[in-house]
Write a protein that binds this ligand. Structure first.
Ligand code: M6R
Length: 609
């Protein structure tokens, strides 16, 4: 994820920028860089940690105006040439976010004679600004930034320096955080308030499509019509540790709330709504290989395995490919029947899970095409498979996987749609419907978050039970497994996820008034069947909590509590139901006073067998 930093003031800009970047290290990054504006722009950047950057900055180098960056690779490998700042002649830019239409812009700029030195989307911003100011000599830097905001699509927080205006840093944002810190003759900008909290507690939060100009004399805020606007100064009361959690009590709650952004970041640049198709440049398989695929074998552990189980339904439904989901710890000692026409897909948030890595290695001898879905750039799994799809969820600190799960689902939708399109399984209309639906997910997740009090009350009501059941059918079966896993790992309540149709083959014996049952009963082709299961359970006096769509007016007649998700395409509901179940687990654990971010006996990354 990384972040941007800007500073103008009386202190040494190099020291301030480096210390601010360090404060944002927890956001994850793979390269770092800094530009100081003295008479000229002087830039140092490198792949690797901030300590590597410090090694290449000459002793005594300083200044009073500068920008800095930590980068989590999205476009282009984590190499020095892809690290920010990016330059175009007398302009330097740092950027947090993703420019979705950068390829089209890049082609035009190349035609105009611009030379690109990196594989990043960000470099187009530097060249576009240069072009704009060259075409119109009277154009100020802030006007140039406002102008290019009409050209670039996607998400961004940018900070720009230009030698023509040596007293300014210009910043702008859309869908990527940007906060300004106001000190005494010292002004800061950053992606995260933690970056400057040791210097000032006075912060101004920038909204989408707003611009900022920082000068030694003060800070001016503008809307995108170029009018000056007043902004409210907020006094941040958090200490640095609380600030890393953005004021949330736990990382898990913060990460649950980050999902509108992490979902959007994960599909950004991978969906062409115009053409109604998915763009998966990362997939190193040609169309013939995709058409000839006989099977998909998904390999994963824990929550990633649950995501894989949702993936099975997607690959079979959308792409017509038989799919198996293997538990990595079992698969590595099995006798797999594999061949060249099989696509093996590892799913691992950390990219370091020992069992998943060993299982993937064991498939190599069979000549399968292989891919990984992971959240961590540079992790071991990225060197073990032919293709790598990054979820862009940002670092997940809480042991319980939350935003990484929903981001994994987004990548699975995209791969399944791409395969389904190439294999002629999907009509353009179905593809378009699902893609439009995916783009609605961030707003729909936000709606669930806005109404979380209902989930909190429900969690508190049942916080002292000893056992919980979660049931669902079809895609909602793995969602019920994930709901149970989340609850057991952080609240220590025994919880089981079950295929709703299996309940009467044994577990019904355990159902009583003491065992609440969470039934995922979202609209879809198995809805009526789940309703019958709910009635069977109610007949055994158990209380039923249902996850249902907003438009389902009937369901409340049959159950004790209803937790709502917005109406959506049947295949997309797992993303929304998962968020409800994450909150249910979180508030249950909170009510029980558990150690939520670090549950007993568990580690974030299981690097041993
Ligand atoms: O990093 P991975 O996705 O490979 O980790 C796999 C599991 O250890 C992990 O998903 C675990 O189940 C989660 N902590 C559950 O919330």
């Amino acid at each position: 994820m990384g972040g941007i930093v800007g500073y103008i003031g009386t202190d040494n800009a190099v020291d301030v920028i480096i210390s601010s970047l360090r404060k944002m290290e927890y956001r994850g990054y793979d390269s770092a860089g800094i530009t100081i504006l003295n008479d000229d722009l002087v830039t140092y950047k490198t792949a690797g940690k901030i300590s590597e950057l410090e090694k290449i900055i000459p002793a005594g180098f300083n200044g009073h105006i500068g920008i800095g960056h930590t980068r989590g690779a999205t476009h282009g490998k984590p190499e020095t040439r892809n690290a920010h700042p990016h330059l175009s002649s007398n302009i330097a830019v740092v950027h947090n976010g993703i420019i979705e239409n950068y390829m089209r812009l890049k082609e035009k700029l190349i035609e105009q004679g611009y030379e690109f030195l990196s594989d990043t989307d960000t470099e187009v911003i530097a060249h576009l600004l240069h072009r704009t100011m060259k075409d119109n000599e009277a154009c100020s830097l802030i006007d140039a930034v406002r102008h290019i905001m009409t050209k670039i699509e996607g998400s961004y927080a940018i900070a720009v320096l230009c030698t023509d205006e040596p007293d300014h840093i210009v910043l702008a944002r859309k869908d990527s955080p940007l906060i300004i810190g106001l000190g005494d003759k010292n002004y800061f900008a950053a992606s995260d308030v933690t970056a400057f909290l040791r210097y000032t507690k006075n912060a101004v939060y920038i909204n989408d499509m707003e611009l900022v100009q920082i000068s030694p004399g003060g800070v001016e805020f503008y809307n995108n019509d170029g009018q000056r606007i007043e902004k409210q100064i907020e006094v941040i009361e958090w200490n640095e540790e609380a600030a890393e959690k953005a004021g949330y009590e736990h990382f898990m709650l913060k990460e649950i709330h980050e999902q509108p952004t992490s979902i959007q970041d994960t599909y950004a640049g991978r969906i062409s709504e115009l053409e109604g198709r998915v763009i998966l440049d990362e997939l190193k398989m040609d169309e013939d290989q995709l058409r000839n695929l006989q099977r998909v074998t998904i390999i994963a552990c824990g929550t990633s395995w649950n995501a894989g189980c949702v993936g099975k339904y997607l690959f079979e439904n959308l792409a017509g490919i038989h799919t198996d989901v293997e538990t990595a710890s079992e698969f590595r000692y099995a006798d797999p029947v594999l061949c060249g026409q099989i696509f093996t897909l590892a799913i691992t948030q950390s990219g370091e899970t020992a069992d998943t890595l060993a299982a993937v290695k064991s498939t190599k001898a069979y000549g399968c095409s292989s891919a990984a879905i992971t959240n961590v750039v540079g992790s071991t799994i990225t060197r073990e498979t032919d293709s790598v799809f990054f979820t862009r969820a940002g670092p997940e600190i809480g042991v319980a996987a939350t935003k990484s799960f929903t981001a994994q689902l987004i990548v699975l939708y995209l791969i399944a749609i791409h395969m389904g399109t190439v294999r002629g399984r999907l009509t353009p209309q179905t593809t378009r419907d699902i893609l439009v639906g995916i783009k609605q997910l961030p707003g729909q997740v936000q709606r669930i978050l806005n109404n979380k009090d209902v989930i909190k009350k429900c969690a508190e009501h049942y916080a002292n039970v000893q056992d919980y059941f979660f049931i669902g059918r079809h895609l909602n079966y793995p969602v019920s497994l994930e709901g149970a896993l989340k609850l057991k790992e952080i609240s220590y309540i025994h919880a089981e996820g079950y295929a709703a149709g299996e309940i009467k083959h044994g577990p019904l014996a355990l159902i009583s008034s003491e065992t609440p049952v969470v039934a995922i009963a979202t609209k879809g082709h198995t809805y009526d069947k789940v309703l019958s299961n709910i009635k069977e359970i109610k007949a055994r006096s158990a209380e039923v909590i249902v996850v249902a769509n907003e438009s389902d007016n009937e369901i409340s007649k049959y159950v004790d509590r209803v937790l709502r998700i917005p109406d959506c395409h049947e295949l997309l509901s797992p993303v929304l139901s998962a968020v409800v179940l994450q909150l249910l687990a979180y508030y249950t654990a909170l009510a029980r006073g558990c150690s939520i971010d670090k549950p007993r006996n568990l580690a974030k990354s299981v690097t041993v067998e």
